[in-house]
Design a protein around this ligand. Structure first.
Ligand SMILES: NCC(=O)N[C@@H](Cc1c[nH]cn1)C(=O)O
Ligand code: ZN
Ligand code: ZN
Length: 480
């Protein structure tokens, strides 16, 4: 029988302002995991979640994850784990939810129209702020679900286990071992019956989706050094081999303008496209205008939706991210940088195994550098790797989520894969042995990782309804 969620939905609506205020408080904490200077803020954000959950009556623990690999002077932010209700009800299903409380870097000078760490709401209900959609809005969504049940006096339908981490945007360092340990018998996550992650986006702006696949991410650095210090290009230009010149040429050899990766052997690792898979793309609610709206331009690689979706979901891509040590301020400084580090990543797909990808990348970069006959020194290394994940959407976890979408949004969701990566998804699947579902809250125009990141008020409030409705439907779903 369909649960009667009317009172729950009304309560969520009545609490909209306090929920937006909770998001405002969270966005104000600049929990940037990639920035050592902000580590205290990342911890502060974890503690904010802990205290909010405690106020709601959950059992919560802040678990230390040890030192940060390669940065031993830095403690990793804690995993905030919780259980609601605090005491397990043996008659109910147990659902484990995951999210992250760290964010990507952001600075007004990057081109933001408003202060990135101050939630700014415009007259269309667009709530701008770093982390609003990725992933503070969805994480707070789970807290708001608990609060709405309490205030409405509705019995909580499941045992909710929570795992919120503070290093996702830096490759989830330290979390894999923690999850594996906590899924063992007698440990915190041992009784999870299914897993739900809300940390991705709809394909467009109107139609919700359920997501059953993610690409992996292997992130590399190429370091090139030569001179003992930065040099004056007027004095030394034409007399010294320049690291930046070498780096640009090596990085330029990795990928072409149409996104075709130039590393020999890489595409041979990719699972071939079957007829059955090919037929899935045409029915997905996605248009080239959706792409152009999210891009903010018409600079797509392919003119059609099928190839665009395949380019995003089922083929690898290589992106050049930036150069550490290079001159990047406005103006015209005439420096020759002594040491530069180029950053790039490859989004990986079935059946690419990260160690095989590494081997091909290293061989290509070394060959490309050697061909320059430069006397500079080059070092290429992997920063972190997370594996791709593809699951079966034919599971009661997905069926329940589809019913919740229909109830809240009055439309059947699309089943999608996603181009981004959430490295712990596969870890949760393997460690629990249970189905994992991705249930997004935000839409394609949210600009996660970019300037002017936002979450629409509508997606936040209806998203809270959706997460709560999902828990009710998942509680009722038969196992087969
Ligand atoms: N919302 C998920 C997300 O943004 N994931 C990051 C994960 C990542 C991988 N390497 C560094 N961060 C993503 O970029 O996809
Ligand atoms: Zn995220
Ligand atoms: Zn992210």
């Amino acid at each position: 029988m369909a649960p009667n969620l009317h009172t729950y939905y009304k309560t969520v609506d009545s609490l909209a302002e306090p929920f937006i205020d909770r998001l405002r408080q969270a966005v104000a904490i600049p929990s940037i995991s990639a920035d050592e200077e902000r580590r205290e803020d990342v911890v502060k954000m974890g503690m904010f979640l802990k205290s909010e959950l405690e106020k709601l009556g959950a059992h919560v623990e802040a678990r230390p994850l040890g030192k940060q690999p390669h940065k031993e002077h830095l403690e990793l932010p804690p995993a905030i784990i919780g259980r609601y209700p605090a005491k397990k009800d043996e008659s109910k299903r147990t659902i484990l939810v995951y999210g992250h409380y760290d964010v990507q870097p952001a600075d007004l000078s990057d081109g933001w129209a408003t202060e990135p760490f101050k939630l700014s709401i415009d007259d269309k209900g667009r709530m701008y702020g770093r982390g609003s959609t990725d992933d503070k809005g969805p994480v707070l969504g789970w807290l708001n679900v608990i609060q709405s049940h309490k205030e409405a006096g509705i019995e909580f339908p499941v045992n909710l286990l929570m795992c919120f981490e503070g290093m996702e945007e830096y490759g989830s360092e330290g979390l894999d071992d923690f999850i594996i340990a906590e899924c063992k018998p007698g440990k915190f996550f041992e009784d999870a019956d299914a897993v739900c992650i809300s940390d991705n986006y709809w394909l467009g702006t109107e139609k919700p989706c359920l997501t059953y696949g993610l690409r992996g991410c292997s992130y590399y650095s190429i370091e090139i050094s030569g001179p003992g210090q930065d040099l004056h290009s007027g004095v030394f230009g034409g007399t010294a081999q320049e690291p930046m010149t070498d780096l640009v040429r090596v990085m330029g050899s990795l990928v072409d303008t149409d996104g075709k990766i130039q590393i020999p052997g890489l595409y041979e690792l990719v699972a071939p496209l079957t007829k059955e898979e090919q037929s899935l793309y045409k029915d997905i609610a996605f248009t080239m205008d959706n792409l152009y709206e999210s891009l903010g331009s018409k600079t797509g690689i392919y003119p059609d939706k099928e190839r665009t979706l395949m380019g995003r979901w089922r083929y690898p891509s290589l992106s050049l991210h930036g150069v550490e040590g290079a001159f990047s301020q406005p103006g015209a400084k005439t420096v020759i940088p002594a040491k530069v580090t180029g950053k790039f990543s490859i989004r990986t797909v079935p059946d690419m195994e990260p160690p095989e990808v590494d081997k091909l990348v290293f061989a290509h970069v070394e060959k490309a550098f050697k061909s320059l006959n430069s006397q500079n020194k080059m070092n290429v290394f992997l920063q972190h790797a997370g594996k791709w994940w593809v699951a079966s959407p034919k599971h009661w976890n997905f069926t329940a989520a589809a019913k919740a979408v229909e109830d809240v949004w009055k439309v059947k969701p699309d089943l999608t894969r996603e181009g981004g990566s959430i490295p712990v998804t596969l870890t949760f699947e393997q460690a629990t042995g249970k189905n994992v579902l991705l249930l997004p809250m935000g839409s394609s125009t949210d600009a996660a990782h970019s300037i002017n990141e936002k979450l629409d008020r509508r997606n936040y409030i209806e998203g809270i309804k959706l997460l709560g409705a999902y828990l009710h439907y998942v509680a009722e779903e038969p196992t087969k």
